[in-house]
Design a protein around this ligand. Structure first.
Ligand code: URA
Length: 276
């Protein structure tokens, strides 16, 4: 029996083949066409799905007279920024915003993501940290900044007495991203993707209502202020949505360039001073 036939018939052989690929360094499965993970049934063992031919979808029953038509999918031509703006404006709580973002289907990135990564920490915190987009660990866990860069972020803010686990708004952090879905291969989000998620970010900040915003890296700074070039911008207070904003370099950059941690420390001290 060939390897392919083994894999098709034997769960253990399939697992061993997968482990072998992970050992080789494979971290992504890229298909020819994006697969919408949000459409997969919750409990569908892969073995059964591989063995059974896909059932033809049952034809939808026509609505009976007097019965409301089922909601139509958004038309192909819908302007994603307009739709996002209307949806975000209608959200009066963070929970309704989370639901609206989870239900927003006009961003292609959602199709390749496992989770909608909404936020973490204390929504009442005085400090809101805005990152770029989830990476692999964040996509798997459904929480922002849980990988190596996130651990550094936690250590940096702990050094000025702030943590996402704090119940006290004065010492708490609230953390979110411009993009709630992981871009494939951790590529930068595209301008059109950022533009359609920006209304949700704006609403997110309005609802959390922090005293201070901290952006980490280029993408969130540009999304909020239009300003490019984090290395020149970092360390100088600017304003976004009427709130003071401190641009900082991304912790992933600091992991690659430890010498830049000295400047990041100065930025942290400036944040601490602003909160006094
Ligand atoms: N980088 C980000 O910008 N956000 C995350 O959540 C993780 C890594």
């Amino acid at each position: 029996m060939g390897i392919a036939a083994d894999i098709r018939n034997d769960w253990n052989a399939a697992l061993a083949a997968l482990a072998w690929q992970v050992d080789l360094g494979v971290s992504e499965v890229v298909q020819d066409a994006p697969q919408n993970s949000f459409d997969l049934p919750d409990a569908a063992p892969w073995t059964r799905r591989m063995a059974e031919p896909a059932a033809a979808p049952a034809p939808a029953a026509p609505p009976r007279r007097g019965q409301a038509e089922p909601a139509r999918p958004l038309s192909v031509g819908a302007d994603p920024v307009r739709v996002a703006t209307d949806l975000a404006r209608a959200c009066l709580t963070l929970e309704s915003l989370r639901t609206a973002m989870q239900d927003f289907d006009l961003c292609e990135l959602k199709k390749g993501a496992r989770n909608t990564v909404f936020a973490d920490g204390n929504p009442a915190a005085r400090v809101l940290i805005l990152g770029e987009a989830p990476g692999r660990e964040e996509d798997q866990e459904g929480r922002p900044f849980v990988g190596r860069a996130g651990q550094l972020l936690d250590r940096m803010f702990a050094a000025i007495g702030l943590s996402r686990g704090s119940a006290d708004r004065g010492t708490a952090l609230y953390i979110t991203n411009v993009m709630p879905w992981r871009p494939p291969g951790n590529r930068d989000p595209e301008p059109a993707e950022i533009a359609m998620m920006r209304p949700f970010v704006e609403r997110h900040i309005a609802l959390a209502n922090p005293d201070v915003i901290v952006t980490v890296g280029n993408t969130p700074l540009e999304a909020l202020t239009g300003q490019r070039g984090i290395l020149a911008a970092r360390g100088t207070w600017v304003e976004a949505f009427g709130k003071p904003l401190m641009p900082m370099t991304h912790p992933a950059y600091l992991l690659r360039n430890p010498a830049a941690k000295r400047e990041a420390w100065a930025d942290l001290l400036a944040i601490k001073a602003k909160l006094r």
